[in-house]
Write a protein that binds this ligand. Structure first.
Ligand code: PGA
Length: 257
């Protein structure tokens, strides 16, 4: 099964819109790094959406880092999918460990958000991953599979194929350490088996599963060379235009496509 690889940058709470404009100008000069054979997205702060909508290279799609499940209403400080889509947002990162840990997002709330993004025609990037303590307690699989199952709770079989899953061990995020590609492949193939048990093999073979946590342009190729790893969710290394373009090249050149 040929799955189209995906590189997703996660800017987190970084860059003003003026800084985003400079990034896009620089990236525009390297637009040959992006090809139609893969998908690319930058998930940026809401305040940078306006400038990036017009300035990103044609193959780089806009993404967001959060959304509220309701279409509108009394939810002070929140944003809805229709508001994001006005700016061309297609991908939305959901269930990131920072939102689970710092903003107390529950599996139930995350599942509602996944459902809302799908209902709007967007693509959720559902993040799952174990903490250092859970890894030490040998709970990686049980934690990751429980988050996965819960994250799909509001998703119909018709929509499930559009979900992107990102396996991000919490201990690897921003730390400079990663699991070995073999270890990441093991967890990701377990995730694919779980999806097969929920929705069948045809669908599980179709779903893209990314690795995330301290990915850079030197190590990306070794992850995507693994048969079940379809790309990466990248924080720090997506903030610099030269680095993002190098990641884009490594995504396609690394391993067989
Ligand atoms: P990192 O972040 O690439 O800086 O480790 C990844 C993420 O949090 O999505």
């Amino acid at each position: 099964m040929m799955r189209k690889r995906l590189l997703a940058g996660n800017w987190k709470m970084n860059k003003t819109s003026a800084e985003a404009r400079r990034f896009a100008e620089e990236l525009g000069r390297m637009s040959s790094a992006f090809s139609a054979t893969a998908d690319y997205t930058l998930c940026v702060p809401f305040t940078s959406l306006y400038v990036l909508k017009v300035m990103l290279p044609v193959h780089v799609c806009l993404g967001a880092q959060n959304v509220h499940p309701h279409a509108s209403g009394p939810f002070t400080g929140e944003i809805s999918m229709s508001m994001l889509m006005e700016f061309g947002v297609h991908y939305v990162i959901l269930g990131h460990s920072e939102r689970r840990a710092m903003f107390a997002e529950t599996d139930t709330f995350i599942a509602e958000k996944v459902g809302s993004v799908l209902a709007s025609g967007g693509t959720p990037i559902l993040c799952v991953g174990e903490s250092a303590a859970q890894k030490a307690a040998m709970q990686t699989e049980s934690v990751v599979l429980a988050q996965l199952e819960a994250g799909f709770a509001c998703t119909s079989i018709e929509d499930a194929r559009r979900v992107v899953v990102a396996y991000e061990p919490v201990w690897a995020i921003g730390s400079g350490s990663t699991p070995s590609p073999t270890d990441a492949e093991h967890v990701i193939s377990t995730i694919r088996e779980k999806i097969a048990s929920m929705y069948g093999t045809t669908l599980s073979e179709h779903i893209r599963i990314l690795y995330g946590g301290s990915v850079n342009s030197n190590n990306l190729a070794s992850f995507v060379a693994k048969p079940n790893i379809d790309g990466a969710l990248v924080g720090g290394a997506s903030l610099d235009a030269v680095s993002f373009a190098s990641l884009a090249r490594a995504l396609v050149e690394g391993g067989s496509v």
